[in-house]
Design a protein around this ligand. Structure first.
Ligand code: ADP
Length: 514
């Protein structure tokens, strides 16, 4: 191998032939530089489009990607054609790939403006390819006409269409304009080449490179702009949906409020007649047995009437309290109480009811006395509800354990029974209003399913919480915690020595058919 001033010679081993590889003229060096720049541009564009296509998949992006790959191959073969002594074969291959690159670009633009390639266009592409290849042998001017005038006119037509269809977007406007200007330069140079001089100025090549670049970049920009528009439309739609849902929620809230008001009104209206009936029964109970010497049956009926009055009173009280809590009118009357005393007294008050079912009650505490600020009446209601449920859902000869301790600045009160338990699925819903575990397991037990929802609200109003651990047929353990806080001014509230009201206990236990 050796270099002369302007040629590169290669002599292969065992051969007499001498191959002229590069005619190192200044002009050919210029050409090679241009093709290397083109190669660099096409490779960069291909990589950009491959990356873009993986993130934003679109058919026309794939087509442009293919067009750039064809561009790379065209440039490589043109380069080789120039290097290897103007190889005709290489030029032919380059022409095929050049036409393919343009064909893919047209397909991409068509897809971009939502149009499909027709059969006529396909046939035209094949005819152009055949004519172009044969013209390279017979009449080079035809090939120049195809490359610089015919193909470029198609770009101009597309440019006009883009300007017509998508003139609202800036990037598409620029795309349309550059698809008119750059091909127009090529057309002009085509005519100059055909009719004036065959001299190569490279301006047409530069126009072609700029055309490829602008099409690629502005199609990406146009795509991003459209994606942004799509995104904001989706955001608007979602915002509208949220607004609708908000409206629905507000309507549901209003309806619920209306329902609660209705329940509260009805409950208040029901309470008066029931109290009258209950008082009448009490008067009857006191006076009639003495006067008329009532038999056992009558006494039993009286007891049934009284018990059902209690059940109605319990239901009405719960409904009224529930509506008060919902409306935010339910207020706590906090005073300092010895919580050990409160829990113990209440537990003792239910012993007679438990004994009727032969249920053993155990009370245990970690300390003798603990003063906390609480609403005694509300805490009693909570405990009564939990204990009544424990008695209700524990079979004869069962056991209920009440335990009091302190943990992390809270009083912990747990009520554990060995009754029927609550299955895991139901445990999530147990504090919802009107939730009752249906089934034969809870036979002989009536209720409205409001109790635990009230219990939860009351415990939370004290700043505490309640949790349930349960296993089916092994029992339930409700654990409530209340923060240890006291009211500074008072040491212990004056109603400290108040007894647990028997009527309240009777009301709470009224729906146990024992
Ligand atoms: P109710 O006033 O009807 O008793 P609650 O809200 O107090 O309503 O209780 C709801 C449901 O939770 C009950 O119907 C019962 O099925 C279940 N439940 C509550 N406590 C226990 C318990 N200790 N053992 C088994 N089931 C219980």
């Amino acid at each position: 191998m050796c270099f002369s001033n302007s040629f590169l010679f290669i002599k292969l081993k065992n051969s007499d032939k001498l191959y002229v590889i590069i005619k190192r003229t200044e002009k050919s060096m210029q050409k090679i530089t241009i093709y290397l720049i083109m190669l660099f541009i096409y490779t960069t564009l291909t990589m950009v489009f491959i990356a873009f296509n993986t993130v934003y998949k679109k058919k026309y992006i794939s087509y442009i990607c293919m067009s750039h790959v064809m561009g790379i191959i065209t440039t490589v073969f043109t380069l080789l054609g120039n290097l290897i002594n103007q190889s005709f074969k290489m030029h032919n291959i380059a022409v095929i790939f050049f036409l393919a690159a343009n064909f893919f670009m047209y397909s991409a633009i068509k897809e971009f403006i939502n149009k499909k390639l027709s059969n006529v266009e396909m046939i035209a592409a094949i005819i152009i390819t055949v004519v172009d290849l044969s013209s390279l042998i017979f009449c080079y001017s035809i090939s120049v006409f195809i490359h610089k005038i015919l193909l470029m006119s198609i770009y101009i037509r597309f440019g006009m269409q883009i300007n017509k269809y998508k003139n609202k977007s800036v990037s598409l406007g620029v795309l349309g304009c550059s698809m008119i200007i750059f091909p127009l330069i090529q057309v002009c140079f085509g005519f100059v080449w055909l009719f004036v001089t065959t001299k190569n100025y490279y301006v047409d090549l530069l126009a072609y490179i700029l055309l490829t670049l602008t099409i690629s970049l502005f199609i990406i920009l146009g795509t991003l702009e459209e994606a942004k528009k799509e995104f904001s439309t989706q955001v608007n739609e979602l915002e509208e949906k949220v607004e609708n849902k908000k409206q629905l929620l507000e309507d549901a809230y209003k309806l619920d409020k209306l329902k609660m008001e209705f329940i509260a009104n009805i409950s208040h209206d029901l309470r008066t007649p029931i109290n009258i009936i209950f008082s009448s029964i009490q008067i009857f109970e006191v006076n009639f047995p003495k006067k008329y010497n009532c038999d056992e049956k009558t006494k039993k009926y009286l007891k049934v009437m009284k018990n059902n009055c209690y059940r109605l009173i319990k239901l009405i009280n719960n409904l009224i309290d529930m509506s008060k809590i919902e409306a935010g009118f339910f207020k706590l009357e906090l005073h300092n109480y010895d919580i050990v005393n409160v829990v113990e007294d209440l537990t003792m008050s239910i012993v007679p009811y438990a004994e009727e079912k032969n249920i053993q009650i155990e009370f245990d505490t970690e300390f003798e006395e603990k003063i906390i600020a609480c609403d005694k009446e509300k805490i009693e209601r909570v405990l009564l509800n939990l204990l009544a449920n424990a008695v209700k859902f524990t079979g004869n000869s069962g056991k209920i354990e009440v335990y009091l301790c302190e943990k992390e600045g809270n009083i912990v009160i747990s009520i554990k029974d060995n009754g029927i338990g609550i299955d895991e699925e139901m445990q999530k819903f147990i504090y919802n209003r009107f939730t009752r575990v249906e089934g034969k397991r809870a036979k002989n037990c009536e209720g409205s399913g409001i109790g635990l929802s009230l219990v939860k609200s009351l415990v939370e109003m004290h700043g505490g919480n309640i949790k349930l651990e349960s296993e089916i047929n092994k029992g339930c353990k409700f654990t409530m915690t209340i923060p240890i806080k006291t009211i500074d001014e008072e040491i212990r509230h004056s109603s400290y020595f108040e007894d647990v009201k028997i009527k309240e206990v009777e009301i709470e236990f009224s729906d146990i058919n024992i």
